[in-house]
Design a protein around this ligand. Structure first.
Ligand SMILES: Nc1ncnc2c1ncn2[C@@H]1O[C@H](COP(=O)(O)OP(=O)(O)O)[C@@H](O)[C@H]1O
Ligand SMILES: [Mg+2]
Length: 327
């Protein structure tokens, strides 16, 4: 990666208070995202993806405690009030876009308000012009007419585009999208992903996209961080990590992708369920489902080893393979 990363996360851990102790959900997560770069956070439901991005955005306030570091353009933001940054420097397309829009107001007035609050438009007229332009940017047909619509008058795909328009209104340095397409049908999904890539190319927006879908990761490219039970188990260039998965969990996820010619009933599925993060594992949390687990895996969390340039995996089996190649 060249230059200073726009977003740098180091050893981030998040836990929540609960009766009789704390529940630790995210453990020792580290990654960098370059300006105009892409990071995909990939993992099954419950692996801690949303808690990771919401922690980065500072959305839990006092409800969570964090350790580690989150730097935006070099400045520490973890544990500091991020209100002023949200929207302007970093913004979120949330997992549930329904809650992001006010059902009572036209989409145009909601976007104009964001532009005004962040000083992105000098006059009402300028705000109106930029709002129409934003709706056009996110691919909403007839934007002059769409600004007058209330959210329920638009289709699900169009509402999602309005939420994205809100998130990009202030041209943030980092756009974080949490499962932005999982509620949409496949053709709309592809359009939304193309839109993100377009924003990245035209505005230099760095993308952090959370997904459980390997195909979405493959489409976006960039780098991928594969999460399991609150930890990154594999991390590297997306093409490399998906073509040559080094952690048995990543390999398992890839084996579950439906391929043309297979019937649903024949699909391999990853046996067992993701662990509850509160479960304390001394070692690798994937052991109960891992086809290659060794006794050492239960004793301590395996260190991340570089399996290819910039590609790491936290697994002694992958590490062993690297040693064989070198020897
Ligand atoms: N506010 C919270 N308080 C306590 N536990 C939480 C909270 N939010 C999420 N969790 C737990 O953290 C784990 C990871 O959740 P999440 O990050 O939402 O997973 P993902 O987005 O990967 O599906 C889950 O077991 C979930 O129940
Ligand atoms: Mg989630």
């Amino acid at each position: 990666m060249t230059g200073t990363p726009v977003l740098s996360v180091e050893h981030l851990s998040t836990s929540f208070a609960r009766r009789g102790g704390t529940r630790s959900v995210v453990h020792d997560v580290s990654f960098d995202v370059a300006a105009g770069g892409t990071l995909v956070i990939l993992g099954e439901s419950g692996s801690g993806k949303s808690v990771t991005v919401r922690s980065i955005l500072g959305l839990y306030g006092r409800r969570a405690s964090h350790t580690g570091s989150v730097r935006l353009n070099g400045a520490e933001i973890l544990g500091t009030p991020t209100r002023g940054l949200l929207g302007r420097r970093m913004s979120l397309v949330p997992q549930d876009p329904a809650g992001a829009l006010d059902p009572m107001r036209s989409v145009g007035s909601q976007i104009r308000e964001v532009l005004r609050v962040h000083g992105m438009a000098a006059s009402r007229r300028e705000a109106r012009r930029r709002t129409v332009e934003l709706l056009r940017t996110v691919g909403i047909p007839d934007p002059e007419n769409a600004v007058r619509r209330r959210p329920h008058e638009l289709s699900g795909g169009m509402r999602q585009r309005v939420v994205i328009a809100l998130a990009v209104a202030c041209e943030p340095d980092v756009l974080i999208a949490d499962e932005p397409t999982s509620a949409l049908d496949v053709s709309v999904q592809a359009q939304i992903l193309a839109l993100f890539v377009d924003l990245r190319e035209r505005l230099g927006t760095a993308l952090v996209v959370v997904t459980h879908d390997v195909a979405v990761a493959a489409d976006l490219g960039g780098h991928v961080a594969v999460m399991y039970a609150g930890r990154i188990v594999e991390h590297g260039p997306t093409r490399d990590a998906l073509a040559r998965p080094s952690h048995p969990y990543t390999a398992g996820l890839l084996a579950c992708i439906p391929r043309p010619g297979t019937h649903r009933g024949q699909l391999p599925t990853l046996p067992g369920r993701p662990p509850v993060p509160a479960q304390e594992f001394a070692g690798c949390a994937f052991v109960p489902r891992c086809p290659s687990a060794r006794s050492q895996c239960e004793e301590a969390v395996p260190p991340s080893v570089e399996v290819a340039p910039g590609h790491t995996a936290a697994c002694p089996v992958a590490a062993g393979r690297v040693k064989e190649v070198i020897a």
